[in-house]
Design a protein around this ligand. Structure first.
Ligand code: G3P
Length: 218
């Protein structure tokens, strides 16, 4: 199972990279805006900076919503670095663009996926990754993790090679639920990744070990 970090914040990306378990990064226009990254050149330079920190796939999202615009933008993004994966929204033009990119050697991540039917279309079009947003489904009283189970089962049944990238993860528990569901990748905020470290018995056990050591070694 791969771990991606879902942020455009370079410090957090570096911190996750330093932990030694990071396999990639996902960004989106909202995450870029949160870091104050604006303007074509700044955005491109920011993606390059991310690629210099992490040796793994980095999703960069197109802004265009029409087919021609997505193709033009996706080509520019893909040219920035070999690790760039072009993130394309789940729309009619998006599916056409994913098909075009898959036939032209450009890797894609189909984003804003909320149903098995959308995931089926993304796989048929040749997406390298599909991004079901589990937190946003939970937000509307639906069951995000169940969607991961359904997509994983469907892809396994038909042998699709598209990787299930569980996105919109809000907690460490979400990460573990996606692991149980068989997601190929999770993308999560740093806080959710670091939350996996925590257990009170680990802290108590460590304290006892150190106390016992000091009894004979001080
Ligand atoms: O990877 C998609 C993610 O950034 C969306 O997360 O928390 O805005 O639903 P969220």
């Amino acid at each position: 199972m791969k771990f991606f970090i879902d942020t455009a914040n370079l410090e957090q990306i570096q911190e996750a990279q330093d932990l030694g378990v990071l396999d990639g990064v996902t960004t989106n226009p909202s995450l870029m805006a949160k870091e104050g990254i604006a303007g074509d050149e700044n955005i491109k330079n920011h993606y390059k900076a991310i690629c210099e920190i992490v040796d793994g796939d980095v999703s960069a999202e197109v802004i265009a919503i029409d087919f021609e615009g997505m193709i033009a933008e996706g080509k520019v993004l893909a040219d920035l670095h070999p690790n760039i994966v072009v993130k394309v929204p789940m729309t009619k033009d998006g599916i056409k663009a994913i098909k075009y990119f898959s036939e032209n050697g450009i890797r894609t991540n189909c984003t804003l996926v909320f149903s098995p039917g959308q995931a089926l279309l993304a796989a048929k079009a040749g997406a390298d990754y599909v991004s079901p947003f589990i937190g946003r489904l939970d937000d509307i009283s639906s069951d995000g993790v169940q969607l991961i189970y359904k997509i994983v089962d469907m892809y396994n049944y038909y042998g699709f090679e598209t990787q299930v990238l569980a996105a919109s993860i809000r907690s460490s528990q979400h990460i573990m639920q996606c692991a149980e569901a068989g997601a190929d990748v999770i993308t999560a905020p740093l806080s959710a990744i670091l939350g996996l470290l925590k257990h009170p018995l680990t802290d108590i056990g460590l304290e006892i070990f150190l106390k016992d050591y000091k009894k004979l070694n001080s």
